[in-house]
Design a protein around this ligand. Structure first.
Ligand SMILES: Nc1ncnc2c1ncn2[C@@H]1O[C@H](COP(=O)(O)OP(=O)(O)OP(=O)(O)O)[C@@H](O)[C@H]1O
Length: 285
């Protein structure tokens, strides 16, 4: 499989009064034209890993890595202006709550048209037509009405699909989706997942899907990196996640409620201090 992105020995550090807190500790992995899940409990470093790739870690946070190569081109060597281009054209990121990403005082239509015209020379009428098409492509019915609406008038699922539509305008090669469906109800979640699935299969996009939901990731992704305390503790084929070997992954799986095997009590995850110290596992293709 072609490697789109290669992350080598990534660290994210935050200086504090007592020294430095290492939130991501030497993570290495690659991404092909696949659905790569990153799972782990809250605070394990999943979101920071995604943000660090796009160089979105704010000061005083520090990002260090051997390289973050996009087609062999190291993103760490790029200027801020070049990074804006990467973010606009090559790698897009969808966050959990689209309401924070959409401008509240502009109609949905004006925002999509503006985003479209930033990337392609087009008349307003042409951009309008394309924008309606884009909304239809993410299964929004009544797209013309939605174009006239403001973000607060949208449901969470609708907002998320609009964000995805906007992210697709530049036809990015990589989409980083950070808990993109956790605020959505199950049927809308299914629609959003199937849109992302299509992008991977039909456009050959690479998807990094960050989630704390192991069941969802095992069903939706191809490969999974399991993170604990800023490191990758295990890498699995998603379909084989239930055969995972690391006690942390087993513990996460054991603490999930199941319908087929009702349990009186859910397992409590006891953490072994040695897990923190073990070197990060490589998640390369
Ligand atoms: N700006 C910051 N300053 C200091 N510590 C931070 C900062 N941002 C994140 N952290 C810490 O880094 C760790 C990893 O954060 P991260 O957001 O990557 O976790 P996560 O695995 O995505 O968790 P969640 O599922 O809750 O989003 C957490 O302990 C968090 O408190």
């Amino acid at each position: 499989m072609t490697t789109l992105l290669d992350v080598d020995n990534l660290w994210v550090r935050f200086p504090n009064r007592s020294g430095v807190f290492d939130a991501v500790r030497g993570v290495s992995f690659s991404l092909g034209r696949e659905r790569l899940g990153i799972v782990g409990e809250s605070g394990s470093g999943k979101s920071l890993t995604g943000r660090a790739i796009l160089r979105l870690i704010r000061s005083p946070g520090i990002v260090e890595a051997g390289h973050i190569n996009l087609h062999g081109d190291n993103l760490l060597d790029k200027s801020e202006a070049e990074m804006r281009k990467v973010r606009g054209e090559k790698i897009s990121m969808v966050m959990q709550d689209p309401k924070f990403s959409l401008n509240p005082v502009m109609t949905v239509g004006d925002q999509i048209i503006e985003a479209y015209r930033l990337h392609a020379k087009a008349s307003k009428a042409e951009a309008y037509r394309k924008s309606v098409e884009m909304l239809e492509a993410v299964s929004i019915r009544d797209a013309e009405r939605v174009m006239k609406a403001y973000p607060h008038e949208m449901s969470g699922g609708m907002g998320q699909r609009i964000m995805i539509a906007m992210m697709l305008i530049p036809n990015p090669e990589i989409l980083i989706a950070d808990e993109p469906t956790s605020a959505l109800d199950v049927s809308v979640q299914g629609q959003v997942l199937s849109i992302m699935d299509k992008l991977v299969k039909e456009r050959g996009m690479g998807l990094i899907f960050i989630s704390h939901d192991l069941n969802l990731v095992s069903q939706f992704c191809d490969r999974v990196l399991i993170m604990y305390a800023g490191r990758i503790v295990e890498v699995c084929d998603a379909a084989k996640l239930h055969e995972a070997k690391h006690p942390y992954t087993q513990g996460l799986l054991g603490s999930l409620p199941r319908f087929d095997e009702p349990r009186d009590r859910l397992q409590v995850l006891t953490r072994d201090p040695a897990w923190r110290e073990a070197p990060s596992v490589e998640g390369r293709l």
